[in-house]
Design a protein around this ligand. Structure first.
Ligand SMILES: [Zn+2]
Length: 154
């Protein structure tokens, strides 16, 4: 599972999972960089641990996604290494209306990026050994809604 670092998005609590149940990778805005550690960790889970499902989990009111929307509107620079977070998110958003379903679009784009960037993942999906899904956690109702990644393809 790749999810956001937000303190309200603890996957074990959200999915009612316990010790030893889920292999979890989290960073601000659940970003997946080609050749980056999140992608390598997901590939490790698929190739070495034999996981059968990968969930890309975003959440409502994501500050990292909101920062990307603000960046697209203002064009301002983020300090330090934080531009990586924006770079891996902005391409998934609607340039004409970046705030429109931004979290859903980013999750859907990240699912597509994962399948495109990883031969290990794509091969496992093709062989029927792995399912890749995207979802958004509702902070207000506590429900994880799966999303159709292809519905947001631009
Ligand atoms: Zn977040």
């Amino acid at each position: 599972m790749l999810g956001c670092s937000d303190s309200r998005a603890s996957v074990e609590l959200l999915l009612d999972q316990g010790f030893g149940d889920v292999f979890v990778i989290r960073n601000a805005g659940h970003v997946l960089s080609p050749g980056g550690s999140a992608l390598a960790s997901l590939e490790y889970a698929v190739a070495e641990l034999g996981v059968q499902a990968v969930l890309l989990l975003g959440h409502e009111s994501c500050g990292a996604v909101a920062a990307t929307v603000a960046h697209l509107r203002s064009g301002g620079e983020l300090p330090g290494s934080m531009p990586i977070l924006v770079e891996r998110t902005e391409g998934h958003l609607d340039p004409a209306a970046p705030e429109d379903r931004a979290v859903e679009r980013h999750v859907a784009g990240t699912v597509r990026d994962l399948l495109a960037a990883s031969e290990i993942v794509a091969e496992a999906v093709g062989a029927g050994r792995l399912v890749v899904a995207g979802g958004v956690y509702g902070l207000h109702d506590g429900i994880v809604r799966l999303i159709d990644a292809e519905a947001f393809e631009s």
